[in-house]
Unconditional design. Structure first.
Length: 670
């Protein structure tokens, strides 16, 4: 049985195409300079600590189709852009998308570009198992929920480097300022994934993969604008050959926005938003076959926000308050294959740094957070049908604010995973992890997955069972009013599903049932201490069904439909968890015209009713229409109509959203 080796050969042939462009050794100098530079860190978090704490209390006290599956021998970090059939996140290495019981969706950079959305959160909205919630217009606090879990239970990665903010009230990641520029793909891995990714990966993992340069030097300039005074500009330069590659992008976003506080309460102020972004990936493959890969992402932004007045149950305009932030993330990876390709080594070091200010004169506040990471991973091909992965890591996080001195905590971990092909039909994986947290103690997790192929057409049954944990955030255990005796939050989840290929694989269907049980959730316990305190007393459960259909109607036309039913319940109160709709439908139709230079499409999104505090938010429907055209060898254009039905809706009670809008842009490439 030669299953793993055969797939390894396929991946190597895909990833080692020789390009003719010679970029020179100047890239090495640049790489070393960047890797040694003092970080200042990006990915701004444009929400205030007060809003984060309110949002966390609401979440906790209220408390690419088909599914991509993987097995196969890993490879060195790919020198060229990933093959469409390969993924990185399931096994922490490049694998062909075939045999695994885990559920993962892939959103390609091409898809992001064609839809023309500048915000990654908007591009992910309505995807399978995903709920995106924004507290107002562009730049407002933006949370992402996976399979009904809390937003703090989503681990967000930049090329494997954690982005979750340690200065945030719950260490969650704010998607408010994350753009789609320079992204090759986004992989969304659903279900508890702590075995490979540690703390916070209870609901799942979102891995943002930066583009690599490939081929001759290419310069791309994009200018776009439209409703609400929106203006977007970006510039990208990229290239790559057999030994060097780079992709560098900068962008600016400026919009006059809507009032963050809903206009139905008489709020008319326009809350402006501005964001500047820099993203880069630079790589060098040495003559002795070490692959050195450096990634960075920087953001600086300012978002005007609104507030709550004492005694007023609704948010109101605030003419002076704004969130100003800077964030920087970078990581460097060293990778090499030994023992004739049977043993791969990977060393990773990374740092993220957050610097946020809430200008609410005279009550200005600031928040600083930093995460440092060092990891080692080895992938060993035991034989043609057995792949063993082992690894170890150390993470240090620290944070401070105007009312809290610097506090820090660390976590050390070891993990192992074994993937076995028992036959051409049956494939399985099992993994274990041990974490030792400096404040919260030890945590042990496991995960198993199984894939069974029913026939040669690819029909399969897939299943997975695993556990996850989230260590307490610094604001929960070591800041003022925190509880230093908090233990990690824990979860146990499982899923089972079936994938069918019909009409010579022109139709792909998948149905998956999932369940996740949460315990030891950190919530406010009024019975603890003298005045109450945070404690591990919360329990919740999330279960549901994910249905997908991918139908190639013709050579030019493709239909994609997703439906998610989620039943997320606070087991202590019996109430639904806040801001998680039970029903969600997402349908995308795309058609390429006969000239192959023009494509048109639409996206239909239906979000069911959901609870937010003591309020019930009404269901809503959004319809977007978009088109793009290649004008000549250098110029292309796009046009997008958002919220064509001009639906009035709220994602967070009391906060406004955009109505009908028109956006257009031009792209020049040479």
């Amino acid at each position: 049985m030669r299953f793993i080796n055969r797939e390894a050969v396929q991946i190597r042939s895909l990833m080692s195409r020789n390009q003719n462009t010679n970029l020179g050794h100047s890239l090495l100098v640049w790489l070393l300079a960047l890797s040694l530079a003092h970080p200042v860190w990006s990915q701004e978090n444009s929400t205030t600590q007060k809003q984060q704490e309110q949002q966390q209390q609401q979440e906790q006290a209220d408390p690419a189709i088909p599914e991509t599956v993987v097995t196969g021998r890993p490879n060195l970090f790919p020198r060229n852009p990933l093959d469409p059939n390969a993924v990185l996140t399931i096994n922490r290495s490049t694998s062909l998308s075939k045999y695994s019981g885990s559920s993962v969706s892939v959103v390609s950079g091409e898809e992001l570009s064609r839809e023309g959305r500048g915000s990654l959160a908007d591009a992910l909205r309505g995807r399978l198992g995903i709920d995106v919630v924004r507290s107002g217009g562009a730049g407002a606090a933006t949370s992402l929920f996976l399979r009904g879990a809390n937003s703090a239970h989503t681990k967000v990665l930049l090329d494997g480097m954690p982005l979750n903010d340690p200065s945030n009230a719950s260490r969650s990641f704010d998607f408010a300022n994350l753009t789609t520029e320079n992204i090759e793909r986004v992989e969304i891995l659903r279900g508890p994934q702590s075995v490979l990714y540690g703390s916070d990966a209870i609901g799942g993992v979102v891995n943002i993969i930066t583009k690599r340069g490939n081929g001759d030097p290419t310069l791309t300039y994009k200018a776009a604008g439209g409703s609400f005074g929106t203006s977007v500009q970006s510039l990208t330069q990229s290239a790559g050959d057999d030994r060097h590659y780079y992709s560098i992008a900068g962008s600016f976003v400026d919009t006059h926005n809507v009032s963050q506080a809903n206009s139905r309460f008489g709020n008319t102020e326009s809350d402006d938003f501005y964001s500047a972004n820099l993203s880069a990936r630079i790589g060098w493959i040495t003559e002795n076959e070490w692959n050195i890969d450096y990634v960075l992402r920087y953001n600086s932004s300012r978002a005007e926000i609104d507030d709550w007045n004492f005694g007023d149950p609704n948010p109101v305009d605030n003419l002076i308050r704004a969130n100003v932030g800077r964030s920087f993330a970078n990581r460097i990876l060293f990778e090499r294959s030994t023992m004739d390709g049977r043993l791969d080594h990977r060393f990773t070091m990374g740092l993220t740094d957050y610097d946020r200010e809430d200008t609410d004169t005279p009550w200005d506040s600031f928040y600083r957070g930093q995460t440092r990471l060092a990891e080692y991973q080895a992938d060993y091909t035991v034989n043609d049908f057995n792949l063993l992965t082992i690894g170890a890591g150390y993470q240090h996080e620290e944070a401070s604010s105007e009312s809290n001195p610097l506090a820090a905590q660390t976590i050390a971990s070891v993990f192992a995973q074994d993937q076995i092909s028992f036959s051409e039909q049956l494939h399985a994986g099992i993994g274990f992890r041990h974490d030792d947290h400096s404040a919260a103690g030890k945590a042990d997790t496991y995960r198993m997955n199984l894939a069974y192929h029913l026939n040669e057409s690819g029909d399969m049954i897939h299943a997975a069972l695993g556990t996850g944990f989230r260590a307490p955030a610094l604001a929960e255990n070591l800041f003022a009013f925190g509880n230093p005796n908090l233990a990690p939050e824990e979860s146990r989840g499982w899923e089972v599903g079936i994938t069918r290929y019909l009409n010579e694989k022109m139709i792909v269907l998948d149905a998956t049932y999932f369940r996740n049980d949460f315990r030891n959730l950190i919530v406010w316990d009024p019975s603890a201490g003298l005045w109450g305190m945070l404690n591990n007393v919360g329990h919740a459960q999330s279960s549901g069904v994910e249905l997908t259909a991918d139908w190639q109607l013709s050579k030019q036309t493709k239909l994609r439909a997703m439906y998610t039913f989620t039943n997320a319940i606070d087991l202590d109160s019996g109430l639904e968890l806040a801001r998680r709709p039970r029903n969600k439908v997402n349908v995308t139709l795309r058609h390429n015209l006969e000239d192959s230079r023009t494509s048109v499409g639409l996206r239909y999104l239906l979000v069911g009713s959901r609870r937010d505090g003591g309020n019930s938010l009404a269901p809503y429907t959004l319809l977007d229409v978009f088109a793009d055209r290649q004008l000549d060898d250098h110029w292309s254009a796009f046009l997008r109509f958002e919220n064509v039905l001009d639906t009035q809706y709220e994602e967070v009670f009391g906060y406004g959203t955009r109505g009908f809008g028109v956006y257009a842009g031009l792209t020049y490439t040479r």
